[in-house]
Design a protein around this ligand. Structure first.
Ligand SMILES: [Zn+2]
Length: 686
């Protein structure tokens, strides 16, 4: 170690040993000035670790290559987890500037490793001899996955083709960035400005005041502005009595990127498709969907199509019934028009009031933040025997963060859980679960994970505790499911512990949402904060029934987009392909009705512009079917807390799932492949 880096370690708490309970990050000592030098130092250390592997003169073997590479980058992971976690939950302008500097540094560093041919040659050497090395199943899987990670990036190709792939990737990033920028420009480029108060007819006061704030921010004080952001356009479509304004706003929304202006996405999108096709072919796949899905639980595009069509059939039938219900209201009131896509939200609200009379304000007093937390603590205690002990000696980055030590059923330490519930400037919106440290094994010793749940739930006001809507309650259970996954993950190596396909990762989170609404559990946590009474049966019944509301529409608009995504990524697209004609052909084939527009149309399908959900938009419903089927196992057993099932769920789905292919892990838990029946029943689609 040089003198300079020795001095740095002395002063920089991110680089020093964490002298805290459970080795938690010393948040109280970390300042903005520590991040950049720590990240630079951690990258340098990681590079040195890779160099050591590559320059080792001993023949490559499982320990000196595979394990060494799997373990490398520990310091960088630690520093990144802390910086990334804080930048999401508690950022400031200085941290955002640091992120701008470190993002390109980190991506260059990752690329350098990904395309390190000398490193790959060593991994390949071990991979080719793996059957003779006496490896156990987990070790073999580690070698195979590691080899595959490089192969999927083109490492096995001759140099000329590797360069071609690199050129395609560079162009792909440009095109995908431009598509997103166009979409952003289209989002920001439209405003519905209302200056006549009569045109606010039907809108609730909170919606009107948000629109007034929007107008003020746009320099149009005294008027009302609605935008193409979801929290703005959705309530307008739900409540506005001005049909022509609903049409105007919704058209602007679904035509984004399709207006033949400077932000038009049609031409660029076909380029994106042809580039992905070329990339897939270079890597030995027929098309991009086959490439992406081969690494997923679904494994083949055909499996995804089969699945989507199975859910599509009952969904479209149900959507047509919903349409008839709404048309009946229009006719009854003598309005004399046919339902159109911009009417759906408005009349769905009317149906909601008539058929599913659930008032959120009636529910909320039973769902205090503390009640909900107790509910999930109780659930995981019943299922897995977990005990939560509040700790006040662990450093936190904000006084609202609560820390719990999670103890396993036998009293042993399982990990730390940090809960950061309320919004504040510097926290990004939404809810998520992350880790400040992953659970890892090293030389037979386990380092316990440090897990964090970050939410944006309204804080207490006056004498009223923080009250959650039903949606926020299930969000709490959802994120807690991710937390459990992080707490239980128990592979011996990083790659066999932490790496889960996209169409599997929402199973642990979504399954917990099922328990949230079960009367048996509700009665143990949903107590009125003033009277102490448990939630009444009539209210629970309404809550359960409300799950069926608008499910035909919800599934249909989602599935139409998912099928469109699959069609694009399994077709031979050229620069001449007519985007609108392609889209129409898909929607005609599946028999979508005119009153429903796909949740995203091609030119504004942000999920598939980047690589994250391309040929992967299906994963949301796929996970929905999995979690319904997995939960049905508990229901069928007649015991919501069935210990044997809970133990199998913990072992195969949460702790060791990365040791198996997704479907194999599932079958080990469930005893059979998932079926869609439980999902259809839960959504009232049967
Ligand atoms: Zn999730």
């Amino acid at each position: 170690m040089s003198l300079q880096s020795f001095a740095q370690k002395q002063e920089n708490p991110l680089l020093a040993e964490f002298n805290t309970p459970f080795g938690a990050p010393p948040f109280d000592k970390i300042g903005n000035n520590h991040f950049l030098p720590a990240i630079e130092e951690a990258i340098r250390v990681h590079k040195a670790e890779i160099e050591t592997i590559v320059n080792n003169s001993a023949p490559p073997d499982f320990e000196n290559t595979i394990v060494a590479f799997d373990r490398s980058g520990e310091l960088l992971n630690t520093v990144n987890a802390i910086f990334g976690g804080l930048n999401g939950a508690n950022t400031n302008p200085e941290m955002q500037e640091i992120a701008k500097k470190t993002t390109p540094l980190l991506s260059a560093h990752r690329n350098e490793i990904r395309f390190n041919q000398r490193l790959f040659d060593k991994i390949k050497n071990v991979f080719e001899r793996r059957s003779g090395l006496g490896l156990d199943a987990e070790q073999s899987r580690l070698v195979e996955k590691m080899y595959d990670d490089f192969a999927r990036n083109g490492a096995t190709l001759p140099e000329a083709q590797r360069n071609e792939l690199k050129a395609i990737n560079d162009r792909l990033s440009m095109v995908s960035l431009q598509l997103s920028q166009h979409l952003l420009a289209e989002n920001n480029g439209f405003k519905l400005v209302i200056d006549n108060p009569e045109d606010l007819a039907g809108l609730p006061p909170a919606v009107i005041s948000a629109a007034a704030d929007e107008a003020k921010a746009a320099g149009q004080e005294g008027k009302w502005v609605f935008t193409l952001a979801k929290p703005s356009w959705t309530p307008f479509l739900q409540f506005s009595e001005r049909r022509h304004l609903r049409e105007h706003l919704y058209r602007a929304y679904f035509m984004r990127g399709n207006n033949n202006n400077e932000s038009d996405n049609k031409k660029l999108f076909t380029e994106l498709m042809t580039l992905r096709q070329k990339m897939a072919e270079l890597l030995g796949f027929q098309n991009y969907a086959e490439y992406f899905i081969s690494d997923q639980m679904a494994q083949t595009p055909q499996n995804v199509y089969d699945f989507l069509y199975k859910v599509w059939e009952p969904s479209i039938v149900r959507a047509k019934n919903e349409k008839a219900d709404m048309q009946a209201i229009i006719d009854r009131e003598g309005k004399g028009f046919e339902l159109e896509s911009w009417d759906w939200w408005y009349y769905a609200e009317r149906v909601r009031k008539e058929k599913y009379d659930l008032n959120e304000d009636e529910l909320k007093p039973y769902l205090t933040l503390d009640n909900v937390r107790e509910g999930v603590f109780r659930l995981t205690n019943q299922l897995f025997g977990l005990i939560y002990v509040k700790r006040t000696d662990v450093p936190v980055y904000h006084p609202e963060v609560e820390v719990f030590e999670v103890k396993d059923f036998d009293g042993s330490h399982l990990g730390l859980l940090m809960i950061d519930p309320h919004p504040r400037p510097g926290k990004r919106s939404g809810a998520w679960c992350g880790t400040y440290r992953n659970g890892t094994w090293k030389d037979g010793q386990k380092t316990a994970p440090i897990v964090t749940m970050v939410m944006n739930f309204t804080r207490p006001a006056g004498n009223q505790p923080a009250l959650l809507s039903w949606d926020k309650t299930t969000t709490y259970f959802h994120e807690f499911g991710h937390a459990l996954h992080n707490l239980f993950a128990n592979g011996r190596y990083q790659r066999t512990s932490r790496s889960v396909p996209r169409d599997f990762v929402e199973l642990p989170s979504q399954i917990l949402e099922n328990w949230a609404g079960e009367p048996e559990l509700l009665k143990t946590y949903a107590f009125h904060y003033q009277t102490g009474e448990p939630m009444p049966d009539a209210l629970i019944e309404k809550l359960q029934k409300s799950r069926y509301f608008n499910q035909g529409f919800d599934n249909t608009e989602y599935l139409a987009a998912a099928i469109l995504d699959m069609d694009w990524h399994t077709s031979q697209v050229t620069g001449e392909t007519d985007v609108n004609a392609f889209e129409k052909a898909t929607l005609d084939r599946i028999g979508l009705i005119d009153e429903i527009i796909p949740r995203y149309r091609t030119t504004n399908f942000g999920h598939i512009f980047g690589s994250g959900y391309a040929a992967g938009y299906y994963v949301y419903r796929w996970a929905g079917v999995l979690d319904a089927d997995a939960f049905a196992a508990f229901k069928e057993s007649g015991d919501l807390y069935n210990q044997e099932l809970a133990a199998r769920f913990r072992k195969y789905i949460l702790a060791e799932n990365a040791l198996y292919e997704g479907m194999d892990a599932y079958i080990k838990f469930r005893g059979k492949e998932p079926s869609i029946e439980a999902f259809l029943e839960r959504s009232g689609l049967q």
